[in-house]
Design a protein around this ligand. Structure first.
Ligand code: SAM
Ligand code: SF4
Ligand code: FES
Length: 358
């Protein structure tokens, strides 16, 4: 408890202290951490939970991450790309459902040039000026990130996957560079995006020491958003035999991150809901405040199988929104229809303060 209180007061611990805190994990400590995390969240975002409509618009990927079902060497997968028109029409549908943020996610697919993406982003913003567009399309070059930002993209999710170079190298083939990925995160921030980093909990070869380093990295980088979810093995990938991460450790980490970064936008991920039918509720009770229901057409969802047994495969997005509303009510929170920006976000580099996002 002592270390939890210290974290709550100072907003950070030393690496050794984080490691000690993680090693002393038990149910009582996790319950205490979650209670402090909820107080911190209430102080910043109240009881509001923000929805992001996730559009998985292409499952083509040039990379070969060992953990992911979209990796290029995964042969047993039909590949698809949504057209610009399909993507726009799903955002229109999402708007009707109450989404005010659209997350455009894909594998690293060169078919989606800057020009194509910029046209799409501009049209979404034109049709729905009160919405935010988040990109989650992997590593690109600075010029590309700049163009996409100029076209209207507001936020960028790029999980760093591991802040420890040696561990990163065990999760990715040699041609993928730890330095480039970390460099991308810094670039995105410099350009003016609200930036999200993150990692899988219980990814193969991850140690408690690594997790302590992750918490130190987050304390320093101070992301606007942080995506953490349990690793789940996918049949047919090099990690198919590896153990899944734990719901309990993911929730404990969510609490520690909320305590350390009270303003951070923190999703209770689909992976959490996949490992435990009440995983997302547990995530919210641990301090998360974002949910990312799937806005992709139901027919395409089985083809975006990052891991096995992914939930919400057959339910239309409208059903998921209703389902989530019911689930969230039980946690004492409520879903809010707004962009849900980071608390200290000022619109586009501080020029025009955004009034509605809180
Ligand atoms: N291609 C982009 C990228 O890698 O940043 C965005 C899409 S990628 C599928 C989104 C995230 O899915 C990755 O950052 C990774 O953390 C997560 N992911 C991939 N395979 C996973 C698995 N087997 N279990 C849990 N999460 C996984
Ligand atoms: Fe591609 Fe992203 Fe999957 Fe890696 S995690 S294989 S970059 S989709
Ligand atoms: Fe998709 Fe419950 S959130 S069915």
């Amino acid at each position: 408890m002592e270390l939890l209180n210290k974290l709550s007061e100072n907003g950070r611990l030393s690496e050794a202290e984080f490691a000690e805190l993680l090693r002393s994990y038990d149910e009582t400590l996790a319950t205490e951490a979650a209670a402090i995390a909820r107080i911190k969240r209430k102080g910043t975002y109240g009881d509001r939970v923000f929805l992001r409509g996730l559009l998985e618009f292409s499952n083509y990927c040039k990379n070969d991450c060992y953990y992911c079902g979209l990796r290029k060497s995964y042969r047993g997968l039909s590949r698809y790309r949504m057209t610009k028109e399909e993507i726009i029409s799903r955002t229109d549908y999402g708007y009707e459902l109450g989404f005010r943020t659209f997350v455009l996610q894909s594998g690293e697919d060169a078919f989606f040039s800057d020009e194509l993406l910029c046209g799409m982003i501009a049209e979404i913003k034109d049709r729905h000026p009160d919405c935010a567009v988040t990109l989650s399309i992997g590593e690109r070059e600075r010029e590309s990130y700049e163009r996409l930002f100029a076209a209207g993209a507001d936020r960028y999710l790029l999980r760093h996957e591991s802040c420890v170079k040696e561990h990163y190298a065990l999760l990715h083939p040699e041609e993928m560079s730890f330095e480039h990925r970390m460099g991308c995160l810094r670039m995105l921030r410099e350009i003016g995006y609200q930036v999200g980093c993150g990692f899988m909990v219980g990814s193969p070869f991850q140690t408690t020491g690594h997790l302590a380093k992750e918490l130190c990295f987050l304390a320093e980088f101070k992301p606007d958003m942080c995506g953490i979810g349990p690793f789940i093995p996918k049949e047919g990938t090099p990690f198919e035999e590896k153990k899944a991460g734990s719901v309990e450790m993911t929730c404990f980490l969510l609490s520690l991150i909320r305590i350390m970064l009270p303003d951070v936008l923190l999703p209770a991920t689909t992976a959490l809901g996949t490992l435990d039918p009440e995983g997302r509720e547990k995530g919210i009770m641990a301090g998360a405040n974002v949910l990312m229901p799937n806005l992709s057409p139901v027919s395409l969802r089985p083809l975006y199988a990052l891991y096995d047994s992914k939930i919400c495969m057959g339910e239309e997005s409208a059903e998921c929104v209703e389902c989530l509303k019911r689930r969230i009510e039980k946690t004492g929170c409520h879903i809010e229809v707004s962009r849900g920006d980071h608390k200290h976000f000022t619109h586009r580099g501080g020029v025009e303060p955004f009034a509605g996002g809180g």
